[in-house]
Write a new protein. Sequence first.
Length: 123
Amino acid sequence: MSQQNVNTTAPESKESSGEKTVSAQLVPASQRVTFFEDFFGRLAPKAQQLLTHWMQSHCEDYAGGYWEYFHTSNGGCFAVPGFEGKKRFQILSRDLSAEMSAEAAGVSAMLTVLKCLAWQVWS
């Protein structure tokens, strides 16, 4: 398994709160099937659908493909679409047009999935 260290604190906050590092570990192939069920339970099918819908809606060049899944040391998770380099994203509701790496796009998509599912559960 591969492990990546991700610094979650902004440089200006290191003095006041202490530096905390969150590590991310690639989900092994044997656990990929249950990745969404482990984190989203009965909402797993909806989470997968929202994830790919976000990519298709905001990245003209996205045509589907393999995703890598990660667990984080703080109990979270995220997914990364399998593309190299950066792709252009347009998020009209935020008046944003920018390039993002696969990691940034995956984290952005997962945050949107969490927001949408939270609204669904809450309402």
